[in-house]
Design a protein around this ligand. Structure first.
Ligand SMILES: [Fe+2]
Length: 261
């Protein structure tokens, strides 16, 4: 699996507090089936994003990562004026592996009317917007049609694995289900912050999708789509969301039934 959203770099933001916690997070991710993990330190009013510091921390983390776990560079990009101006000047600074995909977190307090226009600007500069965990944002939970409109314009949506399990509360869980039912969710990521309460685990999210949706959707959201992100490839959304296999009509189900012996 590929996890595109995780705060495992030590002392960079509110994620891993130190190297020990960071190493523990990498162990957990690898043990739970993650093969590729993207470091996404915050870029917001509290935490300044310094790509050189991120690269240096990544190099150190790679040296202590379990074998087989690949680490990538990304950013938890908060949509605010200074960030947008900076990203337009230098798009590869914030995108995953310097490619086209940008993880964008919106404010919990206000969704500006011109948000779609800001997305337009980022897209004009070659970036593809991935909105992070809309199911945890109380304002976006009121605006499913706005999310649908954004998706129709080519923006992508990332759910949190823990939301599927109910770890973020009933509202986030129900809204995740609604987004899945409407084909508005393209990724599941951990948004891991520590080795205890917010672990970097995708396996239970994948298992939930297997159980409640389909293996095909689980594969797309935890492997195929996020892999395209780290490889900087376009994502084929024709035929998405996958439709369940057509069931027989009711008379076929009744009259087509084998006779009991
Ligand atoms: Fe995050």
């Amino acid at each position: 699996m590929v996890d595109i959203h995780c705060h495992f770099l030590p002392s960079m933001d509110d994620g891993a507090p130190d190297e020990t916690a960071s190493a523990e997070m990498l162990e957990i991710a690898a043990r739970c089936g993650t093969a590729d993990l993207v470091a996404t330190p915050h870029a917001d009013t509290q935490y300044r994003f310094d790509p050189e510091a991120v690269e240096a921390a990544l190099a150190a983390a790679r040296s202590r990562a379990p074998e087989g776990l690949k680490l990538h560079r990304g950013c938890d990009f908060h949509l605010m004026h200074d960030n947008v101006r900076d990203a337009l000047a230098e798009p590869g600074k914030y995108t995953v592996n310097g490619g086209r995909y940008l993880l964008v977190e919106l404010s919990d307090l206000v969704i500006f009317e011109n948000t779609g226009e800001v997305f337009d600007q980022l897209e004009s500069a070659g970036m593809t917007v991935i909105v992070t965990h809309p199911e945890r944002n109380p304002l976006l939970r009121q605006r499913i049609e706005l999310l649908a409109q954004w998706v129709a314009c080519g923006r992508l949506m990332q759910l949190t694995a823990g939301s599927l399990l109910g770890l973020w509360g009933r509202k986030a869980h129900d809204f995740s289900r609604l987004m899945l039912d409407r084909g508005l969710a393209h990724f599941v990521a951990s948004d891991g912050h520590d080795p205890r309460a917010r672990q970097p685990r995708l396996d239970h999210g994948r298992d939930w999708l297997n159980r409640h949706k389909s293996q095909e959707l689980a594969h797309l959201l935890t492997e195929a789509h996020p892999r395209a992100v780290i490889d900087n490839r376009p994502i084929d959304l024709s035929g998405f969301p996958p439709k369940p296999a057509a069931s027989k009509p009711w008379f076929g189900r009744i009259f087509g039934r084998p006779r009991p012996d």
